[in-house]
Ligand binder design. Structure first.
Ligand SMILES: [Zn+2]
Length: 355
């Protein structure tokens, strides 16, 4: 494995921005300093670019793990956007051995169905076992369009089951049968609410976003789970950000439907550009795709930070004429003529994407 020297970049290390050089050797980061003169097999001049810890997508659907209809080819839909690690948010197929064959780093939320307003725990133990230590939580569709759910009682059961096993719960909140405040009250610290800025009935604007602000105070993780225009209302999102109810994490909810049909190449950079376009500041955007999802997934000792001695997972971004236009279900559009574009992705010290 080669030594890679990334020079002159504006570095985001998971916590803050500063200027400097980064040297990798083998699969590790070996130096981060103001200026490095070391020899390397590959030198990348990142002048004018942002050099970040490899991004983490807290809400993705991976081929072979999520349902056949949703799953994307992990590396093809992640590396070109700077994503080096992803959480599958709907695990039910495949196993740990399959995930071990991916270069993309991964964890899994195992899906629990709801039928007749009851959580279905049948075979769950077995499904959790097949993912081993990659299973970090359970995923529930608290969505009347997908699950036979009427109130929070099945969600409470899933939370009890998960927490007693040291797992977290990720809840899909779009088309919820109850108000967002009631839904969030069911969750505990460390649980994840995804599609937090959906529109329609029972959305977060109904109590002036107090539910989201309280959730963040209690340590419930607010995930954008943008899904392009599907599970996000841009007016709700804008107003939430204006009132300080920011997403903690920016997940893509990328599926094979969204990958190439959402106003351009859909992936993490488009989600970051959308977040910027509706008023989220740069530091919060980068935290929401690096250190915060790392913590939320219990992976903060491995992912989400640029540190000497850690795995060399690095993504470099241009800020350029990367335009997009998205229109939500309510007809609100967000367009931008500029944004981040990934120009280099390094995973475990190997260049896996370059443009
Ligand atoms: Zn999803």
């Amino acid at each position: 494995m080669a030594r890679i020297l990334i020079k002159n970049g504006r570095i985001f290390d998971g916590e803050r921005f500063f200027y400097g050089d980064i040297l990798t050797d083998g699969d590790k980061i070996v130096k981060i300093e103001d200026t490095l003169f070391d020899s390397a097999d590959y030198v990348y001049d990142a002048l004018g670019k942002t050099v970040s810890a490899g991004l983490i997508d807290i809400h993705a659907h991976l081929r072979g793990i999520s349902s056949e209809t949703f799953g994307i080819q992990g590396e093809i839909s992640c590396f070109p956007f700077g994503v080096t690690a992803a959480a599958d948010a709907g695990g039910g197929r495949g196993d740990k051995a399959l995930l071990d064959t991916f270069m993309l780093k991964s964890v899994v939320f195992v899906e629990v169905g709801i039928k007749s307003n009851r959580a279905v725990f049948e075979n769950l133990e077995k499904r959790l076992d097949c993912y081993g230590d990659r299973a970090v939580g359970l995923k529930v569709y608290f969505d009347t369009g997908v699950s036979e759910v009427h109130d929070t009682s099945p969600l409470r059961c899933v939370c009890d089951y998960a927490h007693s096993r040291g797992l977290r719960v990720m809840v899909h909140s779009s088309n919820s049968p109850v108000g967002m405040d009631e839904l969030i009250e069911t969750l505990d610290k460390g649980d994840i609410l995804t599609h937090a800025f959906h529109g329609g009935k029972n959305n977060a604007s109904e109590d002036g976003f107090e539910c989201l602000i309280r959730a963040r105070e209690r340590g419930v993780v607010i995930d954008a789970g943008f899904a392009g225009h599907v599970h996000t209302d841009f007016d709700v999102l804008k107003e939430a950000i204006r009132r300080g109810a920011l997403p903690d994490t920016v997940g893509t909810d990328i599926t094979r439907y969204s990958a190439y049909t959402r106003g351009g190449r859909y992936g993490m950079t488009m989600c970051m550009n959308l977040a910027r376009a509706v008023g989220m500041d740069e530091e919060n955007v980068f935290k929401a795709v690096t250190s915060t999802p790392a913590k939320a997934l219990g992976k903060e000792s491995e992912w989400g930070y640029l540190r000497v001695g850690r795995a060399a997972d690095i993504a470099v971004f241009d800020y350029t004429d990367e335009s997009f236009m998205l229109t939500d279900k309510a007809g609100n559009s967000v367009r931008s003529t500029e944004g981040y574009r990934c120009v280099l992705t390094v995973s475990d010290g190997q260049v896996v994407y370059r443009c």
